[in-house]
Design a protein. Structure first.
Length: 522
């Protein structure tokens, strides 16, 4: 039985049971056993995290930065073992996906978080010298991170963007590993533990449990000692956690379901339909469609260009290899979602049945089709997320019907519009843009949504149910840090009792501060 990491020590869990991860490519269990922690583990971890939060609140951002950079270094030292473990637990390709893309991205965002912690501009210091009132963002307290199954590194409980942002804000993290890749998370825990020891951080700065009961998970996020929670996963489980966190007045940042609509106008199809079909196939089937930004809904206008496009897309989906899904649960959920869409009237253009030529957990590459009239008659059901290598095509009679379908969309992470490069359909594009923009966190033109750049300008968020709040992003430092901070005002507080970012003397030469209405450096 693998140990948990609580208050700086790897120890035997107070377990109520155990589980194993599975190799998705073979459906065989992996050898290690992992504990299902009882409330006793959660209680001890929370108590230790409260003490760590007190310690971290007094640390300068530069010291937090040193830890994050040391952690990134430790991850790189463990690259081979991390990649091998993640490959065994997820069947994601070693190269380029894990070794050449996701792991470099992970250490990059940790180092970006370190730079933000060192600089301190994310705290947004505001100083009113006349009234002697000063304010800035401060750490919120212990943060619980529930990582997803599809990005074991870049969104992992002890390595991803939520973790990096929470620690950069000066908060301790209790990571709850995803049950699909507990071994990968354990290796990150070992790297974090080594970095904590090397940089003399509080031993409870990073803690790890692998699984809890649903009841204990809900109790964890709503406990008075918890500062906030970050959760990426299924919509039903996320909403259960949100209900108890909301009832307790605890912030919870959710990433749930998103179908990421792609609108392709006739002008674009006439101009470069074959190229767009290839782009869509590559995006829709990348990683067996298991991306949160997977383009799962395509809106087209009926006509000869659309017919040619669909014929080509069908051919490409037939010919494409079938990817391996992350788990038995993903395979089952995908089959159920396709069944729901077909029961609502969707017709299978390709696939639509579980049997396929894939390896391990898999589902046939699937394209379903409905008319816009069918979509509008039952828009809620038609937006059922089919997480995996399946998509729904909606064919509208005209631009008015396409716009109506967009206006019936729930919130999404992304929305794309493909249009004529010469501007022949600018008027139609503008109508679509006006309807689509309020429905998505990120608007794209002539570009598929798969993948999220680690950029300060990025928004990986959106209206519900894409996330729990449209005003926050899970990617994009320093903006993502604000989820795990509270605004603190200091009114007539003596100078030596103020946070360093609010002192008259600037703490460094790079931080931006608002002083009497002017944003200045130095």
């Amino acid at each position: 039985m693998q140990p948990v990491l609580i208050n700086g020590k790897w120890r035997e869990a107070a377990a109520s049971g155990s589980f194993q991860a599975y190799n998705p490519a073979t459906k065989d269990p992996l050898p290690d056993d992992y504990p299902v922690s009882s409330w006793a583990d959660c209680d001890v971890a929370l108590h230790a995290a409260v003490e760590a939060a007190k310690h971290l609140r007094r640390l300068p951002g530069a010291q937090v930065a040193v830890f994050l950079e040391a952690f990134a270094d430790e991850i790189e030292l463990r690259k081979e073992s991390l990649v091998a473990m993640a490959h065994a637990e997820t069947a994601l390709p070693v190269a380029p996906r894990l070794a050449d893309v996701e792991l470099p991205r992970t250490v990059s965002q940790l180092r970006q978080a370190a730079q933000a912690a060192r600089d301190g501009s994310w705290t947004r210091p505001i100083i009113d010298t006349k009234n002697n009132i000063r304010s800035c963002f401060m750490p919120l307290g212990p943060v619980c991170v529930f990582g997803p199954n599809n990005f074991p590194f870049a969104f992992g409980s002890l390595s991803g963007g939520d973790f990096a942002a929470a620690v950069a804000a000066g908060n301790p993290v209790i990571g709850k590993a995803n049950s699909s890749h507990p071994g990968t998370t354990r290796l990150f825990g070992e790297a974090a533990h080594a970095a904590m020891q090397a940089t003399k951080m509080h031993p409870a700065t990073v803690q790890l449990i692998y699984r809890t009961s649903h009841a204990d998970g809900e109790r964890l996020v709503s406990d008075p000692r918890a500062g906030a929670t970050a959760y990426t996963g299924s919509r039903p489980a996320g909403l259960r956690l949100k209900a108890v966190a909301d009832a307790a007045g605890k912030p919870i940042y959710l990433e749930l379901s998103s179908v990421n609509p792609v609108v392709i106008l006739p002008g674009a199809l006439e101009e470069r339909g074959a190229a767009i079909a290839e782009e869509y196939k590559s995006s829709g089937l990348m990683g067996a469609g298991q991306f949160c930004t997977n383009p799962g809904l395509v809106i087209l206008l009926k006509g000869a260009a659309t017919n040619r496009f669909l014929a080509l897309l069908i051919e490409k989906y037939h010919a494409a290899p079938v990817g391996t899904l992350l788990s038995a649960a993903v395979e089952k959920a995908l089959a159920q979602s396709v069944e729901i869409l077909q029961a609502a009237g969707a017709t299978a253009l390709v696939g639509g049945a579980a049997r396929s030529g894939g390896t391990g957990y898999c589902f046939a590459n699937t394209l379903l089709q409905v008319s816009a009239a069918q979509f509008l008659a039952d828009a809620e059901t038609m937006q059922t997320e089919a997480f995996g290598n399946a998509a729904l095509v909606v064919v509208a009679d005209d631009i008015e019907q396409a716009t109506a379908a967009i206006e019936h969309l729930e919130g999404n992470l992304t929305g794309c519009i493909y249009s004529h490069t010469g501007g022949a359909d600018d008027a139609e594009c503008e109508r679509i843009m006006v309807a689509l923009s309020p429905k998505v966190g990120r608007v794209l033109n002539d570009k598929m949504p798969t993948g999220v750049a680690v950029s300060a300008a990025m928004n990986h968020g959106g209206p519900f149910p894409a996330t729990g709040h449209p005003g926050f992003t899970a990617v994009g430092i320093p903006t993502s840090i604000h989820r795990f901070a509270m605004l603190q005002c200091y009114d007539n507080v003596r100078p030596h009792r103020l946070p360093a970012v609010l002192h008259d003397k600037v703490p460094n030469d790079t931080i931006w501060r608002s002083i009497d209405g002017n944003w200045v450096q130095g």
